[in-house]
Structures are given as structure tokens and as C-alpha cells.
Design a protein around this ligand. Structure first.
Ligand SMILES: *Cc1c(COP(=O)(O)O)cnc(C)c1O
Length: 950
């Protein structure tokens, strides 16, 4: 055997087990003599792609960064004053470097395991508290995908929650001064669900007819601030619910919607320190009145207690969510914008109430100076009351003024031939104001006295009084606060996160670097095309690469998450059936084992869900499938299958399934969340799929961010291309595409350089090797653990795909030790739990990915085997399950050093069950959390500090 040279390629760094010696150990355990023979057995022959991926050859990190520099150089930064929902902001460097660019934050998973997520849960609770205070409503969630889709969620929520008999079925009315992208998104959703939307000038009062709910915007897209109290009162009088889309910075000066009687407030938190990112990712917020929390979409952080009575955070009211309620869920949103919500909350922690108010007052002052100067020059300023946005009537001259500003490096909003909008923000200086005034042919004069806010809308109430927003004033304090929170958590920078279906793989630093470069991060989504050449080239290139990888004909990266890709794909199917005069096709077949988002998305696409049973071996029950197809022949719209299935196996007869659905006139949706088991080996676009979504935050290395951002591209065959997501800022179908799915044309563009870089760094061969390595790692774990925890489903040759389900049910029946106990006990071993109870209750689903090295995989296996011995101790009666280290897991430092230790196992077994933990010990800050207690007594804002003192 030759000694191999030092690894030099990125592929060697991305794939964890690359040494032949390691590969041999794993192969031996699985019983194969080569990776290819294992892969050839596992992946059914009739779906294997026969040609290698034709992608550009792999580049090194240095080369990729050089290419990204070239693309960045093709973008042009400018002073961004377009507004329309997106405003420039300063990301405080301490937050940029230590959160946005810190793997301790960005590589974390969604906080479903609260004991290892207390840091990010606290940051998200700060976010909720910040939103509640600023909008004047008692309950806020922990982020939604973008402002326009948040309004759509609010509209759907009003339609669910309005209990007034006549108003319930009434229309939804949006104020004409709402953001145009919001109006487009709401109309698109309404069309699929069949309810009426009317756009009206609500400052002139309510339209006739029954009204389910209204949506106002404060300030409006025109910048106008008007007192909503009368129209809100009138709406309530008529039984309608009220949503206000509001700008949080403006609310530091303006009466909050909650104080004016609104039921729901929504909006974007982008301008709280999150870069423009060419349109996203940004966290949206939603806050509601008491009584609406159970029908609210999205995740909600609440306060509960751990087993020692210590206050502890966890996700509350999860029973609302799609992974439990499926087609009856409050929303299909799963991955949201956690990382961006955390950045925004820290921006409020950094500035505090006075700092935020000062930023708002300065922006307001500049806007008033601008308006006064233009008015003094004889121009018509459209609204007398505004916060940061001034709209000016300049008959016939708008284009010239916008061009004059652009020549000075300033982007204004050309609304139409006669109207120009200017939005001031945190970064606006006196010099910029002077340049803008000059572009209108005027000079700065006066101090804007004539444009004060009306007294009726001036805010008098306090906000952000909690100590967290008033303590961390020095950078040292804030740095330590950020560090303290991240130290409470387990993220990928400390341990393997073997979550089945979630594909927690390496997020390489070289992939991450470009996202905060100003030439990518500081670009407004509505900047002129001439300034975004590099961005669009990168996006087109990534879409082309994903097209090649999936075997489809077209890809749109617009959807902000997998769930949104599902909705986009299903709406494409719907559009296709309608275009063929088959509007009656509205039944969507979904296997019982599907991810909860599938059913929730189908409902949002106006479809009726029919569940297909699972056979004993985990595959789709063919007889049941055929029966459901026959029963729904004339109304069959689609089937949604996941491939490989959520059971972690390649069903051998997927082509047959696709054929029978096609034969009945249905379309095949392949949920591509498991694409990490397919890249380079098989293509959903070639084995029967008509449309798929991918998860770039799984397969293509965008980090999970503690629950977002994500990107859920939709990929489709040519016949569905005309129904792919259109641009929310173009009239529907004007661009030749279907309804828009996200507020901005390129969705969460800001994180696309990550996936772009990943594909370039790996090349076609590297990507294929990654897939094979993921299969090897999963099969190695399955083969090693099967005798301790039986692997529930296997395919050809007894092999699994890229993940395996460990069945605890028999052990649970025998000993009382549950899969949850094992998940919590793994924390004591320093590991994040595998996926718990999905897709089968009482099981754990393990997905190692290709990025874990053999040492880490072996540590995980050792932990699981040691835990199995502890379960045997329960079985043998060494201790009862209630007194076992399993049930008491995880163990805090406080619990084990307590002088009244009286457990039936030793302290050493509690915290050092395996030797190497003595060097590297993670102590969770809290013990096992009682979620139910927190749901009974819902607290979802920052508790008083005293709560933690004892
Ligand atoms: C993760 C996942 C989804 C949903 O993706 P999000 O980005 O969280 O919305 C859908 N289906 C499957 C099988 C998944 O694993």
C-alpha cells in the first residue's frame, strides 16, 4: 500500500471519511468490497443515471473565491433609497462577525431539542419581546419568511379565526397603499383557495359588502402615515378582523397597531441590522391579540421549567404545527428565518430603545428636510404626514430625476412617469439628502417643520424596557452576551447533528465568505438591472447547475424554504391542469409517511389530501395506491412522493408508481429533500417526476441557522415551465410565469453564493462521491447499530439509503425507556439527538451525511451502544426507568454537584459514561424540560430577571 499524499482538494475536506483505510473499515462492516458495489446494490438499477453529471470541473477554494470576486465586481453598490419594504441598515460589526458569520450560530439546527438550544431560544424570545413591545400586541412568533408571505399568512389566519357568522365568508380587503409585492402574493394565494380579495383606498372608509378581514400598511408604500383608528373601529363594528403591516422602526415614533385595535401585526425586521441581500433572507414577524395564538402560523418560543424547576425556554404550542396537524396545520411553514431574527433582536439589544428612537428620529428629520426643500422649490409632495418615505409628483419628469440621482450613485424609486419615491434610512447622511434634492433640481432649505406627524399617531407608550435591551451597551458586554448564549448550545461546530431528513453537513467557510461582501449584501432587490449583472449571472448559473443535477428542464430559486417550493410546485401543477380545462383535478395523494409540510402545502394550493397507506416493509402500499387512484381518477391532480422515501430506502418500483399516476392523468411531485441520496446517481426529472423542490439548506450546504434561512428551489419539466413562480412586482403572468411565491423575485438570494460555491468546489465527480460517501456512512451506522437498535426499514440487499430508522419500540415496551429518553441521554454524551418520532413514532432516524469522519461516527456509535447497555441495566432491574440516568437526562452541572445526590447511579455514570468526555464535556444549562407545563401557562416574552435568580 502506498502512503497517500496530503489531501489537497476541497472534496477531501468536504467528505469526512476519505482515507481508504477508513472506507475499508466501513465497507467491511457493511459487507461490501467496494463503495460502488454497495451503491449498485442499494440504488435500483432502473433509476440510475447512465451519464455522469456534466458540470464545470471542481475549483479550489482560492479559485472559487476569485470567481465570486469577479461576479461581485459585476454588481454595483449604490445609496439605496428605493424603499418599498427594503431599507439599508448598518449591521453592527460585532453582530455581523459573531452571529451572521459565526458557525456557533449559523450551523445550529431548529431548536426542537430545547435543552441544547437555550442560547438561540433566548435570542428568539428577545425577538418576540421586541416585536410585541413595538407593535403593542401580547404574542409574537419567532419569525416568518418575508413580509408579503407573512401578510398572506395573516389573511389566511383571519379567514380561519373570524368567528362572526356573516363576516366569516366575506371578502378580504387590502388597502391600496400596501406594498405591491404583498398585494400580488395575497392575490395569488386567494386565487388557489377561491376567496375574494378587493383592493381599496381604506383612508376613504370601508367598501360595501361582507368583509372577513382588512389589511392596512403603516406607513403605506407611498410613505403616508394616516391615523388608522377610525377605519379599524369601523371594520370591527362590521365583524371584520384587522391586520396591520407595520414598519418596526417607524413604530418607535408612531402609535402601534395594537393600541389602535388591530388583531394582527406583521412586517419585516430587515432594517434592524439585516443586509438588503438583493431581497432576502430577512425575518418577517407576526404578532397577535390574546386568543389568536393557537391559530397563529410559525414557531413560538415560550418559557417553561426544567426538572429542577429552573425556568427554561422551548418551542411552545407545537401542536399547531404541520408535523403534527398535517393538512389541518395553521401553516406549511417549517424552516423560517431564525438566524435573521436573531440578528434583528441583537440589533435591538445593541441599540436599546433610545438608540432605536434616535435612528428613527434622524431618518424622519432627513425625510422632512427633503420634503420641505422640494416643496420650497415648488414641487408637489404628496403626503403631509410620513415617516421616512417622501413621494413627489413630477409630471413627465420622473425618469430624468431617477437617472440624475443614479448618476450620483443614488437609487430612487421611479413609481410611474410622474411620480418618484425617496426612502430615507439609518445610513442616510446630510450630504445624501443634498444630492437627492439636487437631482430634483432643487436646493436644501428649511428644517421640515411643516411635515410633523399628526398628534393622533404620535407614540406615547414605552417599549423595550426589559433589562436585556438596556444592559449590553458596551461592545465588551454585548460580545460576551452573544458568546454566552452560543456557548449554551450545541451546533455543528461542536458535534455531529445526525438528524434524519435534515442533512446537517459541512457549511464550508469558503462557501460562506462571500455572503457579506457589500457587492452581494448591499444590493436592493429593485435596483436597476444594470447594477445586478453579477447577481443574476450567479443565479442563472446555479439554476442551470441544479437543472443538470435534477434532470428537469427548469429551476426557480425563488421559494424561501422547502415548504414554499412545495407550494410553488403544486401551484404549477394546478396551473397546468387549469390550462388544459381540467380544473376539477384537485386531489393530491400523499403517503402516510410524508413530511407534514406536504399535506399543509397541498391544502394551500387548494387541493384535497387523500392519504395513501404504507405497506409493512415501509414502501407505498400498491393496492391502496391503485384503489385511491381508481376512486379519484377524474379528479386526480397529483401524488407527492419523497424519494428516497422518508423511511430512508429506495423503493424499487418508483417508476411504476409514477406511471400509474400519469396513466390516470395526474402529475408526480417528488419531494427532493432527500436529494443527498441521489445527486450524481439518479435524477427525479428522469425517473418519473414532473416537479420537485430541493432544499439548498440540506443538500447544498446553506447552514440551517437555528431554523432558517433556507432556499427551496422548485424544479420542473418543460410542460410546467409556464407555471413556475413569477415576479411579485410584475402583473400576474406578465413575465410569462405563474403566481409569485416570495416577495422578491430571487427569494433568499443572499445565501445563494453558498450553494453556488459548493457546486463549483465539488464538480460533478465530487458531488457524486459525496452521495456515495453519505450512503456508505449511513449503511455503516445501520450495520453497527442494528443488533442494539433494530433498523426498521431496509431495501435491496438489506441496505438503507442515506439515513436509517432505529426502532426503539420493542425496547420501550420491555423497559419503559423511550426514544425521547435516548435522545436526551445523547446530550450527556455531547451529541445532538437524531430525528425523533419522524416518520415513525417511537423511533430515531439517523443521517450522518458525507461530512462526518469515521472518528466522530464511531463516537456516536459508541454512545448509542453504551446507552443500549444502560437500557439493559433497566431491563435487569439495576434501577427503575424513573430512576435511571436515561429518564433523568440530560444532567446539568448543578444537578451532579448537588450535595444531596441520591440517585441509584453514580455521578460518574451521569456525566462521564464514556471516557473521552473527561476532556470534552458539554453541560446543558438546563435539565429535561417539561413542555406541557409551558403550554398550559403560556409565557412568550422575556420573563423578569428575578425568575432566574435562585
Ligand atoms: C425538510 C423537509 C421539508 C420541508 O423543508 P423546509 O425547508 O423546512 O420547509 C419537506 N419534506 C421533507 C422530506 C423534508 O425533510
Amino acid at each position: 500500500m502506498t502512503v497517500s499524499s496530503t489531501s489537497t482538494t476541497f472534496v477531501d475536506r468536504h467528505i469526512g471519511a476519505r482515507r481508504q483505510a477508513d472506507i475499508d473499515i466501513m465497507l467491511k462492516s457493511v459487507g461490501y468490497d467496494s463503495v460502488d458495489s454497495l451503491v449498485d446494490t442499494a440504488v435500483p438499477n432502473d433509476i440510475r443515471q447512465d451519464v455522469a453529471l456534466t458540470l464545470q470541473n471542481a475549483l479550489s477554494e482560492v479559485e472559487v473565491l476569485a470567481e465570486l470576486r469577479k461576479l461581485a465586481a459585476k454588481n454595483k453598490t449604490a445609496v439605496q433609497m428605493i424603499g418599498q419594504g427594503y431599507y439599508d441598515t448598518v449591521t453592527p460589526p460585532v453582530i455581523r462577525r459573531n452571529i451572521l458569520e459565526s458557525p456557533a450560530w449559523y450551523t445550529a439546527y431548529t431548536p426542537y431539542q430545547p435543552e441544547i438550544s437555550q442560547g438561540r431560544l433566548e435570542a428568539l424570545l428577545n425577538f418576540q419581546t421586541m416585536v410585541q413591545d413595538l407593535v403593542g400586541l401580547p404574542i409574537a412568533n419567532a419569525s416568518l419568511l418575508d413580509e408579503a408571505t407573512a401578510v398572506a399568512e395573516a389573511v389566511l389566519m383571519m379567514r380561519r379565526a373570524n368567528k362572526n357568522k356573516t363576516a366569516h365568508d366575506g371578502k378580504t380587503v387590502l388597502d391600496a397603499d400596501c406594498l405591491p409585492q404583498t398585494i400580488a402574493i395575497v392575490k395569488g394565494r386567494a386565487e388557489a383557495l377561491g376567496f375574494e380579495v378587493e383592493i381599496a383606498d381604506l383612508s376613504a372608509g370601508l367598501p360595501e359588502g361582507e368583509i372577513n378581514g382588512i389589511v392596512l400598511q403603516q406607513p403605506g408604500v407611498s410613505g403616508r402615515v394616516f391615523d388608522h383608528s377610525a377605519v379599524i373601529a369601523a371594520a370591527k363594528e362590521r365583524g371584520a378582523l384587522v391586520t396591520v403591516a407595520a414598519d418596526l422602526l417607524a413604530l418607535t415614533l408612531i402609535t402601534p397597531p395594537g393600541e389602535q385595535g388591530a388583531d394582527i401585526a406583521v412586517g419585516s425586521t430587515q432594517r434592524f441590522g439585516v443586509p438588503l441581500f438583493f431581497g432576502g433572507p430577512h425575518a418577517a414577524y407576526m404578532a397577535v391579540q390574546k386568543g389568536l395564538e393557537r391559530s397563529m402560523p410559525g414557531r413560538l418560543v415560550g418559557v417553561s421549567k426544567d426538572d429542577a424547576g429552573t425556568p427554561a425556554y422551548r418551542l411552545a404550542l407545537q401542536t399547531r404545527e404541520q408535523h403534527i396537524r398535517r393538512e389541518k396545520a395553521t401553516s406549511n411553514i417549517c424552516t423560517a428565518q431564525a438566524l435573521l431574527a436573531i440578528v434583528s433582536s441583537m440589533y435591538a439589544v445593541y441599540h436599546g430603545p433610545d438608540g432605536l428612537k434616535a435612528i428613527a428620529e434622524t431618518a424622519h428629520h432627513h425625510a422632512r428636510t427633503l420634503a420641505a426643500s422640494l416643496k420650497a422649490a415648488g414641487l408637489e409632495v404628496l403626503h403631509g404626514s410620513f415617516f421616512d418615505t417622501v413621494t413627489v409628483r413630477v409630471p413627465g419628469k420622473a425618469a430624468g430625476i431617477v437617472a440624475a440621482a443614479e448618476a450620483k450613485g443614488i437609487n430612487l424609486r421611479g413609481i410611474d412617469a410622474d411620480t418618484v419615491g425617496v426612502s430615507v434610512d439609518e445610513t442616510t447622511t446630510t450630504a445624501v439628502v443634498a444630492d437627492v434634492v439636487a437631482a430634483f433640481g432643487a436646493t436644501v432649505s428649511g428644517d421640515g417643520e411643516g411635515f410633523a406627524l399628526e398628534a393622533a399617531v404620535e407614540r406615547s407608550s414605552d417599549y423595550l424596557q426589559h433589562p436585556v435591551f438596556n444592559t449590553h451597551r458596551s461592545e465588551t458586554q454585548l460580545l460576551r452576551y452573544i458568546r454566552k448564549l452560543s456557548d449554551r448550545d450545541l451546533a455543528l461546530d461542536r458535534t455531529m447533528i445526525p438528524l434524519g431528513s435534515c442533512t446537517m453537513k459541512l457549511n464550508a467557510t469558503a462557501e460562506m465568505e462571500a455572503i457579506s461582501w457589500p457587492e452581494f449584501a448591499s444590493i436592493h432587490p429593485f435596483a436597476p438591472d444594470s447594477q445586478t449583472v453579477g447577481w443574476r449571472e450567479l443565479i442563472e448559473d446555479l439554476e442551470a447547475d441544479l437543472t443538470e443535477i435534477t434532470g428537469y428542464d427548469q429551476v426557480s430559486i425563488q421559494p424561501n424554504a422547502g415548504s414554499q417550493g412545495e407550494l410553488a410546485g403544486l401551484l404549477a401543477i394546478r396551473g397546468y391542469h387549469h390550462s388544459r380545462g381540467e380544473a376539477q383535478r384537485n386531489v393530491c395523494l400523499i403517503p402516510a409517511s410524508a413530511h407534514g409540510t406536504n399535506a399543509a402545502s397541498a391544502v394551500l394550493a387548494g387541493m384535497k389530501v387523500v392519504v395513501v397507506a404504507t405497506a409493512a416493509d415501509g414502501t407505498i402500499d400498491h393496492a391502496d395506491l391503485q384503489a385511491k387512484i381508481d376512486a379519484n381518477k377524474d379528479v386526480l391532480s397529483a401524488i407527492m412522493i419523497t424519494y428516497p422515501s422518508t423511511h430512508g430506502v429506495y423503493d424499487a418500483d418508483v417508476r411504476e408508481i409514477c406511471d400509474s399516476v400519469h396513466a390516470a392523468g395526474g402529475q408526480v411531485y417528488v419531494d427532493g429533500a432527500n436529494l443527498n441520496a441521489l445527486v450524481g446517481l439518479a435524477q427525479p426529472g428522469k425517473f418519473g417526476g414532473d416537479v420537485s423542490h430541493l432544499n439548498l439548506h440540506k443538500t447544498f450546504c446553506i447552514p440551517h441557522g437555528g431554523g432558517g434561512p433556507g432556499v427551496g428551489p422548485v424544479a420542473a419539466k418543460a410542460h410546467l415551465a409556464p407555471f413556475m413562480p413569477g415576479d411579485a412586482n410584475k402583473a400576474a403572468h406578465e413575465d410569462g410565469y405563474g403566481v409569485a411565491i416570495s416577495a422578491s423575485r430571487y427569494g433568499s438570494a443572499g445565501v445563494l453564493p453558498i450553494s453556488w460555491a459548493y457546486v463549483k468546489l465539488m464538480g460533478g465527480e465530487g458531488l457524486t462521491e459525496a452521495t456515495k460517501s453519505a450512503l456508505l456512512a449511513a449503511n455503516y451506522i445501520a450495520s453497527r447499530l442494528n443488533e442494539y437498535f433494530p433498523v426498521l426499514y431496509t431495501g435491496e440487499g438489506g441496505l438503507v439509503a442515506h439515513e436509517c430508522i432505529l426502532d426503539l419500540r420493542e425496547l420501550t415496551a420491555k423497559t419503559g425507556v423511550t426514544a425521547e429518553d435516548v435522545a436526551k441521554r445523547l446530550i450527556d454524551y455531547g451529541f445532538h439527538a437524531p430525528t425523533l418520532a419522524f416518520p415513525v413514532a417511537g423511533t430515531l432516524m439517523v443521517e450522518p451525511t458525507e461530512s462526518e469522519d469515521l472518528g466522530e461516527i464511531d463516537r456516536f456509535i459508541e454512545a448509542m451502544i453504551t446507552i443500549r447497555k444502560e437500557i439493559d441495566q433497566v431491563a435487569h432491574g439495576d434501577f427503575a426507568v424513573e430512576n435511571s440516568p436515561l429518564r433523568h437526562a440530560p444532567h446539568t452541572a448543578a444537578a451532579v454537584v448537588s450535595s444531596d445526590w441520591n440517585r441509584e447511579y453514580s455521578r460518574e455514570q451521569a456525566v462521564f459514561p464514556v471516557h473521552h468526555l473527561k476532556q470534552d464535556k458539554y453541560f446543558p444549562p438546563v435539565g429535561r424540560i417539561d413542555g406541557a407545563a409551558g403550554d398550559r401557562n403560556l409565557v412568550c416574552s422575556c420573563p423578569p430577571i428575578e425568575a432566574f435568580e435562585n
